[in-house]
Design a protein around this ligand. Structure first.
Ligand code: CA
Length: 571
């Protein structure tokens, strides 16, 4: 790929080929790269700097171009150009792709990379940062977290994987994002983690540096700093959100952490556990390897979901397909065990054993839990759950998300030093835990000491009770620890909302559409605490439900069953 033109919409990609050469050459202060001569953008940044500084500050296009002259050691600016108002482009990794087609306002797009370089295996390393600055600014800054193993500089619309409607940019926020310190073609590529600095960047440093750069760009473009700063993210973006509250406590006034991978290394451990325990019940392929997709079928899991609903749905006062009172739901799949032969209405004892081990989470040989259990919820029959653990492979080559993303992440990142050849299926849940400790120290956002943050900031966490990969009970356990460490008044600055039926960051039989950005904004700026957050969802047309602050749950009190007003948040 060639170098970008300043006046042409770029194809999104990593720093590659000649453009990586630009980065490296500038880094080495050798400004005579071939691409410098070819790139209009670069020409503006170097030769046009003086001209840009003299531009009329009222002219947004000129102020945007002038960002090419923004100077910071080792920062290589790739773009600074006005994007006219229009529909959003598709987002790589977006699921669902709901930001696509949404109208965005006229804004200045700024893209840069801090210290671009090549890793030993040719990885594109360096901290990428993108900032979108609406011409009609509301005075606020939002940082949008990433996902998976990052590696993509996703357009900073502030849509949080399409779940935030309208996106923060369309609301007038200046929005930033980062690639987590490396660029790849996929959020599943763990190769960056063979590089020491890239591991540190992904763990926490990319968000830290990108925040400082983005805030400086905001101040340069508008002539003043943002009056409020917010961080919103889900999944790894949720981990980053908790990371900023715990490691950069003065940078953000409001933080929203969705379905957070905050115990990153233990999530990887859980992913290994899942495949190890399923393998015990799996038939072998011709080479003797376990075929995980043959342990259970989607129909078997539908059977489980129906049984869970039958036992637990009405515990909240209303049989509506939503299990609010998950704590009173003591479902045991043993009730589904076949009396005789396996049929479509029962599970074999091997299947029951496998499912119980899967849902129970990882344990050591003494039975001590190493992460968290998962609640039995209506979303267990979702394809996302099946794909996460079982996959579709008809042989012993794993293609579940646990076996691909999880194993790769474990081998390359969670283990220090990395062990790309590690045989995960033979992981020792006693002895091998220590191999994760060093990474845990930099990546896991498990601290409950938030003294500086609590004095000025507000934190909203949310987590789907049917999250197929990250346990909502782990997030609830963190909140319990936060409360134990900070006292009852913790609810004055941090609240957790569990979302029944919602799979990872959205989806499932759930009211999974809600506006956490408005909720945190009201809390920070108007001192209006979120006592209940109204949610809707495609699975329940015409229905509204309250999301309740943990540990309360929504209980039906009578009245219109469609309406959230018929529910009270109670313990
Ligand atoms: Ca219910």
């Amino acid at each position: 790929m060639g170098c970008r033109s300043a006046d042409k919409a770029p194809k999104r990609r990593g720093l590659q080929g000649p453009c990586l050469a630009i980065g490296l050459s500038l880094l080495l202060a050798a400004a005579s790269s071939r691409c410098l001569a070819e790139s209009p953008a670069r020409a503006v940044s170097v030769a046009g700097a003086a001209k840009a500084r003299g531009a009329n500050p009222a002219d947004a296009a000129a102020r945007c171009r002038a960002l090419h002259s923004f100077a910071m050691p080792q920062l290589v600016i790739e773009e600074a150009r006005i994007v006219p108002a229009g529909p959003a482009q598709s987002l790589p990794g977006e699921q669902p792709a709901t930001a696509r087609g949404k109208m965005l306002p006229e804004h200045c797009l700024f893209i840069a990379t801090l210290a671009p370089r090549s890793g030993a295996q040719g990885q594109h390393l360096g901290i990428g940062v993108e900032v979108r600055l609406p011409v009609n600014w509301n005075g606020r800054f939002a940082f949008e977290g990433g996902g998976g193993l990052d590696g993509l500089l996703r357009p900073s619309y502030g849509s949080v994987f399409g779940s935030l409607r309208p996106p923060a940019l369309a609301r007038g926020f200046a929005v930033a994002s980062t690639d987590g310190g490396h660029r790849s073609s996929s959020m599943l590529d763990p190769n960056f983690a063979l590089d020491q600095q890239a591991r540190i960047d992904y763990a926490y440093n990319a968000v830290d540096k990108a925040t400082l750069i983005a805030k400086a760009i905001v101040a340069r473009f508008y002539g003043r700093s943002p009056r409020r700063s917010y961080f919103v993210g889900c999944s790894n973006g949720g981990r980053q959100a908790m990371t900023v509250a715990e490691r950069m406590p003065l940078q953000f006034d409001g933080v929203v952490a969705g379905d957070p991978t905050f115990r990153f290394t233990r999530v990887n451990l859980d992913q290994a556990w899942n495949e190890v325990v399923l393998a015990r019940s799996a038939p072998p392929d011709a080479e003797g390897r376990p075929i995980l997709s043959r342990v259970m079928s989607q129909a078997d899991l539908r059977l489980v979901a129906d049984a869970v609903l039958k036992q637990c749905d009405a515990l909240d006062g209303l049989a509506d397909g939503i299990i609010n009172d998950y704590r009173a739901c003591h479902f045991d799949p043993v009730v589904l065990t076949c009396g005789r032969a396996k049929s479509s209405s029962c599970l074999t004892s091997d299947q029951v054993t496998a499912l119980k081990a899967l849902m129970g989470g990882p344990h050591d040989s003494q039975g001590r839990p190493l992460y968290a259990a998962f609640p039995y919820d209506a979303g267990i029959a979702e394809p996302a759950f099946y794909h996460m653990h079982f996959g579709t492979s008809a042989n012993g080559i794993l293609n579940s998300a646990d076996g691909t993303l999880g194993f790769g992440s474990l081998r390359y990142f969670s283990m220090t030093p990395p062990e790309p050849g590690f045989d995960v299926m033979h992981l020792d849940f006693d002895r091998d835990l220590q191999r994760l400790e060093e990474t845990a120290m930099i990546s896991d956002a498990n601290s409950v000491y938030l003294e500086s943050f609590a004095r000025h900031g507000k934190l909203i966490l949310y987590h789907g009770l049917s999250d197929q990969g990250l346990s909502p009970l782990a997030t609830a356990a963190w909140y319990d620890r936060l409360q134990a460490a900070n006292g009852e008044h913790v609810g004055h600055w941090a609240r957790l909302f569990l979302v029944p039926g919602m799979t990872h960051c959205g989806g499932g039989p759930a009211t999974d559409e809600f506006d956490m950005l408005s909720a945190i904004e009201d809390w920070v700026e108007k001192d209006r605490a979120p006592d209940r957050i109204i949610a809707t969802g495609k699975s329940f047309q015409g229905v509204t439900r309250p999301l309740c602050p943990y540990p309360t749950i929504a209980r039906y009190k009578g009245g219109n069953p469609q309406d959230e007003k018929s529910f009270a948040c109670e313990k």
